[in-house]
Design a protein around this ligand. Structure first.
Ligand SMILES: *Cc1c(COP(=O)(O)O)cnc(C)c1O
Length: 490
């Protein structure tokens, strides 16, 4: 998908350049701009052909195009107003012009009418070449140069030391527990407020999750409750085997406290960084806080391989063990010989190619998601019915999903607001339903704060808004307008 700036062309370009540019960007429209990106006119195939018919040549400069008043809309026009202009003038794309004459967006009819989804894949210009290379060299297999390349590039980018590319984040979490020796009857501390995939692997191992409440600052595992529960369980002689810590919506958990507490009890941490690839916490990258950490490249995540995950660690032996376990755990013998249970969890070389392309734009994707969050906050700041969580000092969350809370007296509840957005073709979702509320976890212990469960409160009031890094300005304006309507109407 091209950004609107990719459609800029200036008057010194030739007709031939413009045809090529149209071909490459495949939107059927270009925007002629001056040196300050100020709008001059739109250019279509038809405009170029007309110039050729009126004694222009392919080498004619675009400044020879006849003057022409293009259809434009001013910045700040409502989605309805833009739609009306498009219908009226029978165009499918309209430049949005700022006060100083600069192009600030290109509104597309599709973006004004098509459903807006929560979080969709966002390809760059780089993935195809890696995937093509895999086909051309017949590395259409698990393992191969893209797998190794992707592992090295993730390890380098995040400073995690070593990495094993796997078939999903869930598989990576499962192997992390296997490698740390979690077995039937063991206990594993986990946050309650998370996606079920964070904790299912504990059940795969026949171990017992102990669900801990969130702290209100980051929404992640409460260090205070972690410490109190460890003190209690130490005195009863049944300490957990490991602690799974999740960085929800790309906000890092409070590792300054959590790591220190776990070190005191000599407990390994599994960091579920599925939503926080590209986040930092006090200068350190997400994914470097666990004895083993895990990323996900599922289709809805910050970057994707369509499906995939990565197990990372500073400990090379852990990562080698993960590679071995994920390829059926063959013993070193001249024939098939197995002494431990293995898994078929490796990432394919084709999908790793997508990952390598995606990783090259990770910083852009994080910045885009962060900008989307800030736009929601700024646009909706007048509504006292909405609360936002501030970024804890020293942290840089990814805002994988932009999440807002409805105030207790907002006058409508989360489900109602989500329904209203749905009526406008906009997909919003509740925040993760805390695991202690699911039948699957009914038999396991949940430790809430004494003055009420923070996880339950966040679930009652939280709403995840469309947050794709490819979300166009006009689309986000539609979401904002829909929320405003719902809150005014109640
Ligand atoms: C997506 C996600 C997972 C699972 O990753 P998959 O690659 O989909 O298996 C685990 N934990 C959290 C917090 C997630 O958001």
């Amino acid at each position: 998908m091209s950004e609107f700036r990719d459609l800029f062309i200036d008057s010194s370009a030739t007709v031939r350049d413009a045809f090529e540019h149209l071909n490459r960007t495949a939107r059927g429209i270009l925007m002629l701009v001056d040196e300050q990106d100020r709008f001059l006119r739109t250019i279509t195939d038809g405009d170029l052909r007309r110039l050729l018919l009126h004694d222009g040549t392919l080498d004619s400069l675009l400044e020879q195009l006849p003057k022409h008043e293009s259809v434009v809309v001013p910045d700040g026009a409502s989605p309805e107003a833009i739609s009306a202009v498009m219908t009226d003038r029978a165009v499918r794309a309209v430049p949005v012009i700022g006060a100083d004459g600069q192009v600030v967006d290109l509104a597309l009819q599709d973006e004004l009418t098509k459903p807006i989804l929560l979080s969709v894949p966002h390809m760059s210009e780089y993935e195809r070449s890696y995937v093509t290379e895999a086909f051309e060299s017949n590395w259409v297999a698990p393992l191969g140069p893209n797998v190794t390349g992707f592992e090295n590039e993730i390890a380098e980018k995040t400073g995690t030391g070593h990495a094993a590319a796997l078939s999903s984040g869930t598989a990576a979490l499962h192997l992390a527990l296997v490698i740390l020796g979690v077995e039937r009857g063991d206990r594993v501390y986990c946050p309650s407020l998370t996606f079920v995939a964070s904790v299912n692997p504990v059940l795969y191992q026949g171990a017992e999750p102990v669900l801990i409440d969130s702290e209100p600052g980051s929404w992640n595992m409460s260090p205070t409750l972690l410490e109190a529960t460890l003190a209690r369980d130490a005195s009863q002689g049944h300490l957990p085997k490991a602690v799974v810590v999740v960085n929800l919506y790309g906000y890092s958990a409070e590792f300054n406290e959590i790591s220190e507490i776990c070190r005191r009890y000599d407990l390994p941490i599994v960091e579920d960084a599925a939503e926080s690839l590209g986040a930092t916490y006090h200068g350190r990258n997400s994914g470097t806080f666990g004895d083993i950490s895990v990323f996900s490249f599922n289709g809805n995540k910050i970057i994707t391989t369509s499906g995939g995950g990565m197990l990372v660690s500073a400990n090379e032996r852990y990562v080698e063990r993960a590679r071995w376990l994920s390829t059926q755990a063959k013993d070193d013998a001249p024939y098939y010989l197995h002494s431990v249970v293995g898994y078929n969890y490796r990432m394919s070389n084709v999908l790793a190619g997508i990952g390598r392309g995606q990783l090259r734009v990770l910083d852009d994707r994080v910045n885009q998601r962060r900008a989307i969050y800030q736009t929601y906050r700024d646009a909706l700041s007048d509504f006292e019915q909405i609360e936002w969580i501030d970024e804890p000092p020293g942290t840089r969350p990814t805002h994988w999903l932009s999440v807002m809370l409805l105030a207790k007296d907002a006058g409508l509840d989360a489900q109602t607001l989500i329904g209203r957005l749905g009526d406008d073709g906009i997909e919003a979702r509740r925040v993760w339903n805390p695991l202690h509320r699911h039948p699957l976890f009914a038999e396991f212990e949940f430790l809430p704060h004494a003055d009420g469960s923070v996880a339950d409160d966040l679930f009652e009031r939280g709403i995840c808004l469309p947050s794709s890094s490819s979300l166009a300005k006009t689309q986000q304006d539609r979401v904002i307008a829909s929320i405003e309507r719902a809150l005014r109407r109640k």
